[in-house]
Design a protein around this ligand. Structure first.
Ligand code: ZN
Ligand code: FE
Ligand code: FE
Ligand code: ZN
Length: 272
């Protein structure tokens, strides 16, 4: 492509597409944007299908998964950059029954793990979703307990948007954040996982990347790997604000970023 620039950013390992019904474009559209954005690779990580009714309103149906595989193949064949096959899979109690064997059956390069809901099945809507509000301390406690449980499953490669509760307010003072987050970060480190710098928070209410500089530093101190993700729900968001994300990574002491192929990880130096 004549107007492409040499890669100056890490790969974008968090993108969606139209199959989830709240994003625009095909994986190929995201792949075409990557070189324009300065990214050498892009991972398709659309919301993972479930077989138990969890979150069916905002993800592909299980029988649409072959169409997802075909769309990623199309992007690989025609796209100007490396295209990885991934999913963003929710962690919730009981998800292992479906997820563990299903992830094994497909040739994924990477799997993002997310906690979007605290108690999805609860009858009490106050205890149901991160967006429904409630006592901030309770929300953060429950949230980080689930992030720790997510890590313990060993099913995921990267924790997505590590401090997502801030999207919905939930103010927390740094000492309490530390108290609640460190045990979860220890479990992420023990699992050999990475976290991502997710730039979507810059255009959402937090007006800041996920996670915060404190969390990034604590992750760095534990040897946790790092990836970069736009969480793009539109192709033009691929690689968005990665200059800002790189500066955050360096300020937290990171010198490397993690790359994946068929779920094998390697750490490469951050771009100069
Ligand atoms: Zn989404
Ligand atoms: Fe997410
Ligand atoms: Fe996402
Ligand atoms: Zn996300």
């Amino acid at each position: 492509m004549s107007n492409s620039t040499p890669p100056r950013f890490p790969p974008d390992y968090h993108t969606h597409n139209l199959l989830c019904r709240h994003a625009d474009g095909q994986p190929l559209d995201y792949a075409r944007q990557a070189p324009l954005a300065g990214c050498p690779a892009v991972a398709a990580t659309d919301h993972c299908p479930t077989d138990d009714g969890f979150g069916t309103g905002h993800r592909m149906a299980l029988d649409q998964f072959p169409a997802y595989l075909a769309a990623v193949e199309e992007a690989r064949a025609a796209g100007p950059v490396t295209v990885l096959l991934g999913v963003e899979a929710d962690y919730y109690p009981g998800c292992e029954r479906f997820l563990a064997p299903w992830l094994e059956q497909h040739p994924f390069d990477l799997v993002l793990g997310s906690v979007h809901f605290l108690d999805y099945w609860a009858a009490n809507p106050v205890e149901r979703s991160l967006s429904d509000g409630g006592d901030p301390r309770w929300i953060w406690e429950q949230y980080f307990a689930r992030i720790g449980a997510l890590a313990d499953t060993g099913l995921y490669d990267i924790v997505a948007h590590l401090d997502l509760p801030k999207k919905f307010g939930n103010p927390i003072d740094p000492a309490l954040l530390r108290e609640l987050a460190l045990p979860a970060l220890d479990r992420i480190a023990r699992a050999g996982m990475a976290i991502e710098i997710n730039t979507s928070g810059l255009v959402q209410p937090p007006r800041a990347c996920y996670p915060s500089p404190d969390l990034l530093r604590w992750a760095r101190e534990r040897g946790i790997g790092l990836t970069f993700g736009s969480d793009a729900h539109a192709p033009q968001r691929v690689g968005a604000d990665f200059d800002h994300a790189l500066a955050l990574a360096r300020a937290a002491g990171f010198t490397h970023h993690r790359v994946f192929a068929r779920r094998a990880a390697r750490d490469l130096p951050l771009p100069a």
